[in-house]
Design a protein around this ligand. Structure first.
Ligand SMILES: [Fe+2]
Length: 250
């Protein structure tokens, strides 16, 4: 059987993910500056953390569902997924501690409706697990770790600069823990168990394309509901102010 090495899989998936992310940077407002550490925004950053907490909870459910599907048929992949789930479990509460510093409580998190793009992402994963088994879950987890390793420290350090260390302390600890746990390497080795030929690699890249399209939708929704909404509000107040000024001049 044709086999391909772990480093090759990492490089190929990484190059593909980067290409798709660059497309997102070109088409979705604020993403390029946010990910390069040039800019941040309080409302945008808060909602981004909040959605991360919500999504991690759903991801735990998805990983558990996938485990239930593969635990007796793909034991080597199942073991890696089980270890990953065990180590990641509870990391959402670390991020939630930083949200508290922004005035967002646990009850607020529980009462927040996920963004539409998050619902689509999660529903898509369940659909693909039923159809394809472990690959859609493992490539998503790999992408999350690859993305986090590449961008989250930059995003968090910019937030520290703007909002202070108290509001990012737990996020920084989380990044340090994830790094020490070598999750990116673990997910690459799980991927190597599933990607055995060029066709499997093509399928994994196709999932990356789909996921990054959904992440692009997410960042557009995030922008529209925070920075975009504030811009609309401030431009909507201008005609009102003009009316007031005109009537005061009469
Ligand atoms: Fe984590």
């Amino acid at each position: 059987m044709e086999t391909i090495g772990q480093q090759y899989i990492y490089d190929q998936c990484g190059d593909h993910a980067l290409q798709e992310i660059e497309k997102m940077f070109d088409s979705v407002p604020f993403t390029k500056d946010f990910h390069s550490g040039n800019l941040t925004n309080r409302e945008y950053y808060q909602r981004h953390l909040l959605e991360a907490v919500i999504r991690i909870g759903f991801n735990n459910d998805v990983d558990t569902y996938c485990l239930h599907k593969i635990i007796s048929s793909h034991t080597s992949v199942a073991r890696k997924l089980l270890d990953y789930l065990k180590e990641e479990y509870g990391h959402d509460s670390m991020i939630a501690k930083d949200l508290e510093k922004f005035g967002i409580s646990e009850a607020d998190i529980l009462n927040t409706e996920p963004l539409f793009s998050t619902k689509l992402l999660i529903a898509f994963m369940y659909y693909e697990i039923d159809k394809e088994g472990a690959l859609p879950t493992v490539i998503w987890n790999w992408f999350v770790e690859w993305y986090s390793h590449r961008y989250n420290m930059t995003i968090t350090l910019k937030a520290e600069e703007e909002f202070g260390i108290n509001k990012v302390r737990n996020s920084l600890s989380h990044l340090k823990i994830d790094d020490e746990l070598t999750h990116e390497d673990d997910m690459t080795s799980a991927l190597a168990l599933l990607i055995q030929n060029k066709n499997d690699l093509k399928k994994a890249k196709s999932y990356l394309t789909n996921y990054i399209q959904l992440i692009g939708m997410y960042f557009q929704e995030l922008y529209d509901s925070t920075i975009g909404a504030s811009k609309q509000t401030s431009s909507a107040t201008v005609p009102y102010l003009e009316d007031c000024l005109q009537s005061s001049n009469k």
